[in-house]
Design a protein around this ligand. Structure first.
Ligand SMILES: Nc1ncnc2c1ncn2[C@@H]1O[C@H](COP(=O)(O)OP(=O)(O)O)[C@@H](O)[C@H]1O
Ligand SMILES: [Mg+2]
Length: 253
């Protein structure tokens, strides 16, 4: 049973986007990538973002991580205006608060799994970086792959390393852009299981961009983006998913 969110505590949203507008490209190739997007995500929520290719999903994630500047609007993460921070401030803030997982893993090829996971901890000045990195790898089932280089790991293992790296600094927020997109169905399912297990274990606020309807349906809420706008949103019954929920989620699309 999912414990009820205490209403009196933590009424502040973890993530709040207010009237976000962003146009990218120069004259002929200008694209209105995000068009008046407003969105609140509560602490501990899981949200799936779906929509056609080019609809602005990745850009939306980059905006909420402070990796892409907006033309107008506000981006608040745990009450802080990440859109107003300098690049260095945003990087330090991300280091403490936001873990990011990408479709293509983005591991550093000439570093071992352990070294990859230790990177953000070392950047944060943690003296126990390698101890924490090893624990993080054990917690994703890779305690036996510490000194392997990315090229010697399977896709699923590489994504586990990336998840360990994202979670090792204990962020409250995990964002993932197509985290199963480069994996076969079975491995993708295992990675999805791992993400949701970690979300539950740490009470993470999780935002996933995905093309996989089954993955989106596992999130507490699903948001459809079309041409840079929120086209539709639906709430899923989490923890008690049945075929009926899936049918309802599909009917809502
Ligand atoms: N730097 C850029 N310059 C111009 N257009 C861009 C730039 N980055 C993204 N876009 C355009 O913005 C739209 C949304 O891109 P993206 O967020 O990657 O979509 P999605 O992740 O939904 O596939 C696309 O049409 C893309 O071509
Ligand atoms: Mg994308």
């Amino acid at each position: 049973m999912q414990p009820l969110q205490p209403q009196s505590v933590n009424t502040q949203s973890d993530i709040e986007l207010e009237n976000i507008d962003l146009t990218l490209g120069n004259h002929a190739s200008r694209v209105h990538v995000l068009n008046d997007i407003s969105l609140k995500i509560q602490s501990g929520e899981s949200v799936g973002i779906v929509g056609p290719s080019g609809s602005g999903k990745s850009t939306l994630l980059m905006v909420l991580a402070g990796l892409e500047k907006v033309d107008s609007g506000k981006v608040l993460i745990s009450g802080e205006r990440i859109d107003r921070m300098s690049e260095d401030q945003a990087a330090a803030f991300r280091g403490r608060n936001i873990g990011i997982v990408f479709q293509s893993f983005h591991l550093i090829p000439n570093m071992t799994a352990l070294e990859n996971v230790a990177v953000p901890l070392e950047l944060a000045g943690r003296e126990d970086a390698f101890v924490v990195a090893e624990q993080a790898l054990q917690s994703v089932g890779l305690g036996h792959r510490l000194s392997h280089y990315p090229a010697a790991l399977s896709g699923g293992e590489q994504q586990r390393v990336a998840i360990a790296r994202a979670l090792a600094p204990s962020p409250a927020i995990l964002i993932a852009d197509e985290p199963t997109g480069n994996l076969d169905t079975e491995t993708g399912g295992q990675i999805a299981d791992l993400l949701f297990a970690k979300q539950q274990e740490y009470g993470l606020t999780m935002v996933l961009v995905t093309h996989d309807p089954a993955l989106a349906a596992r999130c507490g809420r699903e948001i459809q983006v079309r041409s840079g706008q929120i086209h539709a949103a639906s709430v899923h019954a989490i923890q008690s998913r049945t075929d009926e929920d899936t049918v309802q989620a599909e009917a809502a699309q």
